[in-house]
Structures are given as C-alpha cells and as structure tokens.
Design a protein around this ligand. Structure first.
Ligand SMILES: *[C@@H]1O[C@H](CO)[C@@H](O)[C@H](O)[C@H]1NC(C)=O
Ligand SMILES: *[C@@H]1O[C@H](CO)[C@@H](O)[C@H](O)[C@H]1NC(C)=O
Length: 306
C-alpha cells in the first residue's frame, strides 16, 4: 500500500522515462496554455456577417480566423500524437509477464505518465467545452471556404487545412469532449486489436488507478500531503479519466455491480471536494460514459449523479 500511495506523489521517477512521453507531455503544457488564451474571432466574424457587402470586413475576419484555424489544426494533430503515446503506454502496462498491478508498482513513472495524459485530456476538454468560439471560428472558416470554392477562387489557406483535414477536424471538434473521445477510441482499438491479451489486463490497470486516486482523495493522511489544490485536481481528473476509459472498454462497463471500480465511493469523494471543477467532472461521468443508463446500473449510483 505504501508503494501505491506514492504512485502520484513520487518525485523520483524511475528510469522508465521514455523520450517520447516526456516530449508529448512537454508539448501538452504548451497546448493547454494556448487553448487557455484562445479568444476567438467572434467580433470580426460578427461584423463580417452583418456587412456582407463590405469586402474589407470580410478580409479582416478571414485574416483573423486563419491563424486560429492553424492553431486548431495543431491541437487536432496533437490528439493523434496523444493517441499513439497512449497505445505505447497501454502496451507497456499490459505486457507479460507481470500483472497490471505489478506493472503499476514496478513502473511508477509509466503510471505517472498515464495519469498526466489523462490530466491533460480532461483539462483540455474542460477548456474546450467552455469556449464556444472554437466551433464558431471553425464553422465560419468552412463556410467561407466552400462559398469561395463555388466562386472558383483558390484560397491560400486551403494548403494548410485541406478539405479532408477540415472534415476530420470538424468531427473532432463536434465532440463534447474530443480528447477523451480520442483516448477512449484508442483504448477500445487497443483492446480489440490485441485479441490474445485478456481484456481484464487493460481494465484491471484502469480500475487499479481509479482505486489509488479514490483512496488518496478519501484518506486524510494522504490529503494533508497534497501541498496544493493542483495535486487534488490532478487526482480527481485522473480518477474520472480512468473510469470513463474503463466504461468504454469493459464489456459491462464501470457502473455494473460486477465492476471493479467502486463507483459509489468515487462519486461520493468527488462530490466532497472543494473545487470548481467538480461539476465539470461529474458532467463528464454523466455524458461521456457508455453504460450509465444501462439497466444494470443501480438506482443509488444514478441518484448520486442526478
Ligand atoms: C471515435 O470513434 C467513432 C466510431 O468509430 C468515430 O465516429 C469518432 O469520430 C471517433 N472520435 C474521435 C474523436 O476520434
Ligand atoms: C498489441 O497489438 C499490437 C499491434 O497489433 C502489437 O504490436 C503489440 O505487440 C500487441 N501487444 C500485446 C501486449 O499483445
């Protein structure tokens, strides 16, 4: 238990640090900062739409939107890299001969990276969800492109985001929680591609991490070691992230009686946290899980999430 409790607090990362993950995670911080300061071109777009005959305003809006779309493309491309990083992590955490629990204990650095990826994912989605400018900017961009295509004009920016890329980005940003969806798709794919690997190896790894986070949040001795609210938030996000992945990958999901995740305990401890992010995380459980509305979900759990 001591080892487990050190999982996320441990500062002496074991030698397992691979360059790939540290590069991805380093970039993740930059992406979050960029998204945080993403203000959108709402004003320019409004003016352009209200004055369709004013070419200068059309151009102004277009010039404001193009660099933003380049940013959105970078975010999207990062989601693809994150997907690859997650695959490698899952591969490492489930590789024989060790059981998932042993992997987590032996390779705490890997577990920590997994946690960091989930933390990034939920932070990104939280920011995206509260920023309507993203979809507004992107749909303006697409409308402008298709209008100009009809007029047979070639737009320079089409080289940057061609039609196929725009379609894929559009699907990505249409998701309420695009990064989480990317990860759960990737986890599902990982499990289905590795038929020889028992599904439990992957889901046990996820339920173990959920358990570690829950225990850390519930136990006063651990909680007082959280030097700042960031660590608490980190734990909360990771717990919710692994629950959602588990629910997508496991055949009966996280809410069933047979689930290896103590959902009642997780939801209760989440609700007790003094943080502005609680509601967003509860919403992630409500709206991005697959099995919450199954008959097998107990009334108690439903009531807790109501
Ligand atoms: C996840 O997979 C579904 C089904 O294959 C697909 O429609 C959706 O676009 C994917 N979402 C992301 C964000 O990859
Ligand atoms: C999972 O599948 C991938 C690709 O098919 C393969 O490279 C990898 O070794 C498999 N991993 C395990 C643990 O079976």
């Amino acid at each position: 238990p001591l080892l487990i409790s050190n999982l996320f607090l441990s500062s002496n990362l074991l030698s397992f640090f691979s360059l790939l993950f540290s590069a991805v995670l380093e970039e993740a911080h930059g992406i979050l900062a960029e998204l945080q300061s993403y203000n959108g071109a709402g004003q320019e777009i409004r003016e352009a739409i209200q004055n369709p005959g004013d070419l200068a305003l059309q151009e102004k809006a277009w010039n404001a939107v193009c660099p933003l779309v380049a940013k959105l493309k970078r975010f999207y491309e990062f989601s693809l890299r994150l997907e690859n990083a997650l695959r490698s992590l899952l591969e490492a955490l489930t590789s024989p001969p060790y059981a998932p629990m042993q992997h987590l204990e032996r390779e705490q650095a890997l577990a920590k990276q997994f946690a960091e990826i989930l933390h990034f994912t939920l932070s990104f989605d939280e920011l995206k969800m509260t920023n309507p400018a993203i979809q507004n900017d992107f749909s303006y961009y697409r409308r402008t492109i298709s209008r100009n295509r009809l007029n047979n004009q070639q737009l320079e920016a089409e080289n940057e985001v061609n039609n196929e890329m725009a379609n894929r980005m559009s699907l990505f940003y249409a998701e309420a929680t695009p990064m989480l969806k990317t990860l759960s798709n990737a986890t599902t794919k990982f499990v289905s591609e590795n038929k020889t690997l028992p599904i439990e190896d992957t889901t046990d790894c996820l339920s173990t991490m959920a358990c570690v986070c829950r225990v850390m949040l519930e136990t006063p001795e651990y909680r007082c070691r959280f030097t700042n609210t960031d660590t608490m938030l980190f734990c909360m996000r990771v717990m919710v992230g692994v629950i959602i992945l588990y629910d997508h990958v496991h055949p009966v999901g996280a809410f069933a009686k047979t689930s290896k995740i103590d959902m009642k305990g997780c939801i209760k401890v989440l609700k007790e946290q003094p943080s502005n992010s609680v509601e967003g995380l509860l919403n992630a459980l409500r709206y991005t899980t697959r099995h919450l509305n199954d008959d097998s979900t107990s009334k108690q759990i439903r009531a807790l999430l109501q």
